[in-house]
Design a protein around this ligand. Structure first.
Ligand code: SAM
Ligand code: SF4
Ligand code: F3S
Length: 480
């Protein structure tokens, strides 16, 4: 680990990470180009990077300009009705592009491709390719088929595909933070959720390939990885070579050991599965970020049962208490759904009081959107009127705002180690980075010689609802 003292000069931006992102830089080297837009969760964004790698090997370079693309891909999400509407709107915009360039192919990838399958070709005449999340290896042959004017579809789900051997090509990367997919699919059957149907059975990726990817990322200048899975705590892989079984806690430890200068995050933890072993592993390694995303969905036991979340409010609170015992000060975030089938004002108040207990630093809140084919759609009536769902959502958002502002204010007049991720979005005169607890920090560059990927101590002097503002503590060394 190199420790630098402040040199007292300005410095132009780091060029880290380029070796790992070759296609976006030199698009002229390719005769054909693809343009990809991604929607939905981090797993979808990670998948787009696998797709980029597969296409790159076929001679397609990535472009950010849809006008010059031979192939336009949209990696879609089905989680809520609104997510699907956004994709449909985007597709109609591609229609005019296709009119101008009839040879251009349009492909739908991801969860909406899986959910609607070949219905796409009937509904959306402009779509040439439909490819589900487990079928990306067949993209080259599907493109060939589509180039002959046929419609090409592959939406087969797999029990073992993890794309473990494919080195993703980082798209739109800041060269510092990367997603690393450690598993695919989901075996839980939360009654509101479409994911088990669009992503198939859960399977864990070969731990060696995960470690190889992380090691390469670190060597290319990346300083933060987020290990991704719908339910990371159920990661389980049998290492036949070493006669060992790798649980999530073990994997986390192995990834943390790649370098003390590599920050490790993970998402998503399921309250029924997160173990003390994971919490103790987090406590042992300074570079495993003390931040846990623990979606609760509802604070009412009756609703949790209807949601098939398989834990109770009391169990959830027990897990939060354990996190706070083993990892004092650990950041905590959640997901919540308002207005699930049969939800009463009393159930809503239970969610409210749970929030008061947990005081989340960050929360993603939605109103319930019935999804075709899910258990809830088949079993329960979507009977909470939309205006009630939305009013309850506004109430939980308002409560969360108070908690998140309190959480930000607690950090004022304290110092944090910040990993610099790049320029602030609003000003080139400021850096933007994050604390271990996942809070965004903005601070002036001043005269210091810093670059992306450096760890620097920042004294926080004020905050907004979503950002900490401060100044570099020049008495403390920079780590790089
Ligand atoms: N696997 C994670 C978990 O168990 O929490 C996340 C799954 S999902 C990609 C992200 C979030 O979307 C969920 O936690 C839930 O709050 C929300 N969500 C899923 N289905 C929904 C629906 N039908 N209506 C509204 N929100 C939904
Ligand atoms: Fe959906 Fe539940 Fe699986 Fe999360 S754990 S992806 S909410 S089924
Ligand atoms: Fe959406 Fe599929 Fe992710 S439904 S949230 S893109 S797993």
């Amino acid at each position: 680990m190199e420790i630098l003292e402040f040199a007292g000069k300005t410095h132009d931006e780091s060029r880290q990470g380029e070796a790992y992102n070759p296609i976006v830089k030199d698009t002229t080297a390719y005769q054909k180009h693809f343009y990809i837009e991604s929607y939905g969760c981090a797993m979808n964004f990670a998948d787009s990077e696998v797709v980029a790698s597969i296409l790159n090997a076929e001679g397609f370079g990535a472009t950010r300009n849809q006008e010059e693309a031979d192939l336009v891909l949209i990696n879609t999400c089905s989680i809520r009705e609104k997510a699907e509407q956004t994709v449909r709107k985007r597709l109609t915009e591609f229609r005019s592009l296709k009119k101008k360039r009839p040879g251009m192919l349009v492909g739908v990838l991801g969860c909406m491709a899986e959910r609607l399958k070949s219905k796409w070709l009937e509904e959306e005449k402009l779509v040439d390719l439909v490819v589900g999340p487990d079928a990306y290896r067949s993209l080259p042959s599907l493109i060939e088929e589509a180039e002959t004017g046929q419609k090409a579809v592959n939406v087969l789900l797999s029990r073992d595909e993890t794309y473990g051997d494919i080195a993703p090509i980082r798209l739109d990367s800041n060269g510092v933070c990367a997603f690393v997919s450690i598993m695919r699919g989901c075996n839980n059957m939360c009654s509101f959720c479409v994911v088990p149907f669009t992503r198939g059975r859960e399977r864990s990726r070969d731990a060696h390939s995960i470690l190889e990817e992380v090691t390469q990322l670190f060597a290319a200048g990346y300083r933060e990885v987020t290990l991704l899975g719908q339910n990371v705590d159920s990661y389980y892989w049998i290492d036949e070579q070493n006669d060992d079984t790798v649980t999530f806690a073990k994997l986390l430890e192995k990834v943390a050991q790649v370098s003390p200068l590599l920050r490790v995050r993970f998402s998503t933890s399921h309250p029924k599965d997160i173990t003390d072993e994971v919490l103790y592993t987090m406590a042992r390694y300074d570079n495993i970020c003390k931040y846990i995303h623990l979606p609760v969905q509802s604070g009412s036991n009756r609703i949790l049962q209807l949601m098939n979340r398989t834990y109770t409010r009391e169990w959830y609170i027990g897990r939060v208490n354990r996190i706070r015992e083993i990892l004092p000060g650990c950041g905590l975030s959640t997901d919540m759904i308002s207005g699930f089938c049969t939800e009463t004002e009393e159930d809503h108040q239970d969610t409210y009081s749970l929030m008061e207990y947990c005081k989340y630093d960050l929360a993603y809140m939605y109103y319930y959107s019935e999804r075709p084919g899910t258990l809830a759609e088949r079993r329960y009536e979507d009977d909470v009127p939309e205006e009630v769902k939305k009013r309850r959502l506004q109430e939980i958002i308002a409560l969360h705002r108070i908690h998140s502002l309190e959480s930000m204010q607690r950090d004022v007049n304290r110092s944090f180690q910040v990993l610099i991720e790049g320029n602030s979005k609003k000003s080139d005169e400021h850096w933007q980075g994050r604390t271990d607890h996942n809070k965004v920090v903005i601070f002036p560059k001043e005269q210091y010689e810093l670059k992306k990927g450096d760890y620097v101590m920042v004294n926080i002097d004020s905050c907004t609802a979503g950002t900490l503002l401060g100044k570099v503590d020049s008495s403390r060394p920079v780590l790089r």
